[in-house]
Design a protein around this ligand. Structure first.
Ligand code: SF4
Length: 180
């Protein structure tokens, strides 16, 4: 049984503003979400082992995730001026990625078999080996993008009792850890 009080405390110590228990049964791997990656709005399509097409088919993701039942959702929430505040949005995304990598390393000590899915591409390395046509440096630690896994992030949040939208002057990035 996961100690969610302790996990939430740990998440907050690693810079996250909110955390919530994740019931893996709520995760739906939607082809229509995965298909949005090909539009390359995030400019990471075909640039990272953790994103399409390199990350493999949705069925493979479903298979990997099926080993888990419980996990943790984590959120970084920052103030922004408005939805055009690209600098603020980018800063929040970078902070979230840092928080995620730090908490990953900490949780790995307690849950060596954990899996993480993040808001956006894997940032375990400063430059993904995919760009140099080399194998992933940490295939057991790469952090898949939630969207690449076909997860509709706002639905994952609401299905697990975590707020997703904090209003026009805030931006929230959400990631998750699958722990047991
Ligand atoms: S661990 Fe490194 S090489 Fe592997 S997907 Fe992440 S950034 Fe790329």
């Amino acid at each position: 049984m996961l100690d969610y009080e302790a996990l939430t405390r740990l998440a907050k110590e690693h810079g996250f503003a909110a955390a919530a228990p994740l019931d893996v049964k709520t995760l739906e791997f939607l082809p229509e979400v995965r298909e949005m990656c090909a539009a390359d709005k995030c400019h990471m399509y075909d640039k990272n082992w953790a994103c399409p097409p390199a990350c493999g088919p949705l069925e493979e993701m479903r298979e990997k995730v099926s080993k888990y039942s419980r996990g943790l959702l984590v959120q970084t929430i920052r103030d922004i001026e408005d939805s055009y505040d690209w600098e603020g949005i980018q800063e929040a995304a970078e902070l979230h990625a840092q928080n995620l990598n730090k908490l990953y390393d900490e949780l790995k000590k307690q849950y060596p078999g954990l899996m993480a899915m993040g808001a956006g591409t894997c940032t375990r390395c400063a430059r993904c080996a995919y760009l140099d046509k080399e194998p992933c440096r940490f295939p057991d630690e790469l952090i898949y993008s939630m969207e690449a896994c076909g997860l509709y992030v706002s639905k994952v949040c609401t299905d697990n009792g975590l707020k997703y939208n904090y209003g026009p002057d805030k931006i929230a990035y959400t990631s998750c850890f699958l722990l047991e």
